[in-house]
Ligand binder design. Sequence first.
Ligand code: URA
Length: 323
Amino acid sequence: MPVRVCVELRLSPFKKLAFFPRVIWRKLCYICIMQGNSSIRDNLVWQIEAGVDECIGDAPVDRFAETAARLAERQTKQTPKTSQAPKSSANSGQMSPRSRTPEGADQQPMPAPPASQYSAPERAVQSAVAAAGAANSIDELKTAVENFEDCALKKTAMNTVFADGNPEAKIMFIGEAPGADEDRQGLPFVGVSGQLLDRMLASIGIDRSHYYITNIVFWRPPGNRNPTTGEISACLPFVERHIELVDPEILVFLGGPASKTLLGRQEGITKMRGQWFDYATPKLPRPAQAMPFYHPAYLLRSPTHKREAWHDLLEIKQKISQD
Ligand code: URA
C-alpha cells in the first residue's frame, strides 16, 4: 500500500496532497521521503524542516499583492471627514479629551477594553506553571506536556519527546533539545549524540535501565536551531516538575543551555563542567547533586574535550557508588 501511494505522489505530489489533513500529510510525506525520487524527497524534507506540515492548495498565492490591493482600496474609500478625524481612541485604548466629558460620552465610541497585562510568552509560562503544578505523577506530567499548546515548537515537531530510561533510577540526565532522530522516534538521545552518550555511560557500567533522560524542551526546534529563551521558559515549569517527580539523587546537565537554565548561572560549560552544585526546589525532599557535563554533540565536534569528559564520568561513577 505505501508503494502505491508513493507512485501516485511521484506523479503529482502536491495536487494529490491538497486539502489533506495534517496527520495524513505528514504520513504521506514520510512515505514519499522513504520511497520517492530524490528531488521530491529533498523538497519535502526541506519543507518539513522549515515547519510546513499541511498542504492547502496547489498554486502559490501572493499575499503581499493582496495586502497592497486592500490598502489601495481602503485609501480610495476614505472620506475627507474620516481622514481629518483625530486619531481613533478605539484602537489605542485611550479616551479622546472630548469623551472624558459627560456630554460627549454617549457620542464617542467605547474605549477598547484594556489589553491583557501579560504578554503571550508570560501567559505561556503561566499556563505551563498551572499545568505542571497539577501533575502528581510522571504519567500525568507526560499527558500535560503532550496537551500543552503554548510552545511554538510543538507546531513544527512531529512528536513530543518526553523522556526515556528508568524513572526510578538515582541519576537523571537533562539535555538541550530533540534532534531529527528524536523527533521521528519520540525518544530523547537516540541519534548519533545519544549513541555516543550511551557508549560513554556503558564505559562506567550504566545503561538506560540505570538512568532516566530528558531535555529542557520537549519538541525539536526546526532545522536544529537553538531553542529560544521563550521556548525554554515555556517548558521550564514542566522540566522542574519532572525533576521533582523523579526526585533523583544525581542530576547531570548535558551542555551549556541545560546547565545555565537549571542552575540559573551565567558561566559557560567549560567553566562549570565537572563541578557539583546543589539543585533544590521547595518540593524536593532534599537537594539533588547536579553536575554540568559536556554535551555529547559537542564532544563529537571537539573530540579533544573527551579527556575532560572522561574525568567527569569517573566523578559521576564515584558519586553513583557513594550515594
Ligand atoms: N541532543 C539533545 O540535547 N537532546 C536530544 O534528545 C538529542 C540530541
